[in-house]
Design a protein around this ligand. Structure first.
Ligand code: NDP
Ligand code: 2IT
Length: 444
């Protein structure tokens, strides 16, 4: 048995109850085969893969808080510090009822390679809780965030581990958490990113993941002799990533005709009205039915279904495993040319293979959604020098980073004889830097 197969077998045995983590680990290790085979003796002696798949440490803690009726509620909080070979642990906090250790581990593992691809000095980590912010008052959200940070603050710091937003964690939650960290630790430091602009946040961080997704998609199209102008784009999700992906796609001259949330989806053949979508989701925190009610051209459908709409480009921006084999078949049948992942692992392994085998250009989340964490790293830089850069400055750096990521993953795929396989290219390029740093730092 080869080294990759041996490690995969052990990973499957040890993590049998964590399907999302296994999916992420299998995707990465399978595509690293050519690199591992070329350096097997060194990596085996170093136990490099065994060290890579095992987090440095993981925390699980009780989060008690009091609801508006005076009732005590209890949630479970997590932080996984996966790998700090190239910088402090960095990664978001997910607040969603589905959160468990397997989901946080999958996200933390992905984050190692994504953060490496940005070219900036950040390691991989992730955290969150099974708390559901939906339907909670601001006071309840604050109570939860303060209790969560009361425990989390023991393990993080500007040079140690720097959390940020993810599903369910936006500017409001980051603000409450930052306030509690400052209160308990007594230091004013860049311990979180995605902060408000009046207390150390960076311009463009709000838009960064969606904008970055479009910058890399545009570069992909350009390299295939195409542009975004006049393209029909299908987007899933209606949160932070989806909203700003839609906005940038429209600025580039494309037409985005769908969005979705956890209960239904919108088909708007006139093109999504971003201002209205922002009002419904960011201000009112309401359902997409409100979008449809306010917009004559829009159809609302219950359940899932955006991938059945004919498009040139599909951008999954909601959550993991939301684009399945049948969806991939539908996209191919409809002539879709490109799929780029705004979310983390939204496409199943089978669906990814089908798209790639049928000539769809596919860029996975590690590369395509790296603009968010890259801009977080730019926020850390600004905090360190106690300065703020202009919107144009940060936006230009973000664009540069995304264009570089595209060429790095394209070249890595070519180097190992897999031209056009951007998934393998991203895993390889992300891995090589981390592996070199781990070996240089010895057995730690
Ligand atoms: P948000 O919480 O802002 O939005 C998530 C959106 O997806 C919401 O519209 C939500 O619906 C919808 N959704 C549909 N089904 C689900 C489900 N089963 N679980 C959770 N959400 C669902 O999150 P983000 O936009 O920040 O994140 C979206 C994806 O992008 C995630 O995979 C995240 O990990 C990834 N990502 C985020 C980055 C960031 O900077 N924020 C950076 C890189 C990746 P509803 O409105 O009903 O809640
Ligand atoms: O998945 C991700 O990259 C994020 N949620 C952003 C992490 C960050 O630290 O900005």
């Amino acid at each position: 048995m080869g080294y990759v197969d041996e490690v995969l077998a052990r990973v499957r045995e040890k993590n049998a109850s964590e399907p999302e983590f296994l999916q992420a680990a299998e995707e990465v290790l399978e595509s690293l085969r050519p690199v591992i085979d070329a350096n097997e003796a060194v990596y085996r002696r170093e136990a490099l893969l065994e060290r890579l798949v095992e987090p440095d440490r993981q925390f699980k803690f009780r989060v008690p808080w009091v609801d508006d009726n005076g009732q005590v509620q209890v949630n479970t909080g997590y932080r996984v510090q996966y790998n700090n070979a190239i910088g402090p642990y960095k990664g978001g906090l997910r607040l969603h009822p589905s959160v468990n250790i397997g989901i946080i581990k999958f996200l933390g593992f992905e984050q190692i390679f994504k953060n490496s691809l940005t070219g900036l000095p950040i390691g991989g980590g992730k955290g969150g809780a099974d708390f559901d912010p939906k339907g909670k008052s601001d006071r309840e959200v604050m109570a939860f965030c303060q209790s969560f940070m009361t425990e989390l603050c023991k393990y993080i710091g500007a040079d140690v581990d720097v959390p940020a937003g993810d599903i369910g964690t936006g500017a409001r939650e980051i603000g409450y958490m930052f306030g509690q960290y400052k209160k308990i630790r007594g230091t004013y430091e860049g311990v979180l990113t995605g902060k408000g602009l009046t207390y150390g946040g960076s311009l463009v961080r709000t838009e960064a993941t969606g904008y970055g997704l479009l910058y890399i998609t545009e570069e992909l199209m350009k390299c295939h002799g195409e542009s975004m102008e006049g393209k029909t784009v299908v987007v899933s999700g209606a949160g932070n990533v989806a909203i700003y992906a839609t906005q940038k796609a429209q600025q580039m001259g494309a037409k985005v005709v769908t969005c979705s949330d956890s209960t239904g989806w919108i088909y708007d053949p006139e093109g999504i009205d971003v201002a209205l979508l922002k009002e419904v989701k960011e201000v009112k925190r309401a359902r997409l039915t409100e979008y449809a009610a306010a917009r004559g051209s829009a159809e609302y459908h219950e359940g899932r279904g955006v991938w059945q709409i004919k498009c040139d480009i599909a951008l999954p921006c909601a959550t993991q495993n939301e684009l399945l084999s049948d969806d991939a078949k539908q996209l191919v049948a409809n002539g879709c040319k490109a799929v780029c992942e705004g979310a983390n692992m939204p496409t199943t392994i089978d669906a990814t293979k089908y798209l790639q085998e049928n000539g769809v250009w596919f860029i996975g989340g590690k590369a395509a959604n790296a603009g968010g964490v890259a801009t977080s790293a730019l926020e850390m830089s600004q905090n360190s020098e106690r300065l703020s850069w202009t919107f144009e400055e940060v936006d230009a750096k973000l664009k540069d980073i995304m264009v570089n990521i595209f060429h790095n993953i394209d070249n890595a795929a070519k180097k190992y004889g897999m031209e056009g396989n951007y998934v393998a290219g991203a895993n390889i390029a992300g891995f090589e830097k981390v592996a070199t740093a781990m070996i240089a730092q010895g057995v730690v």
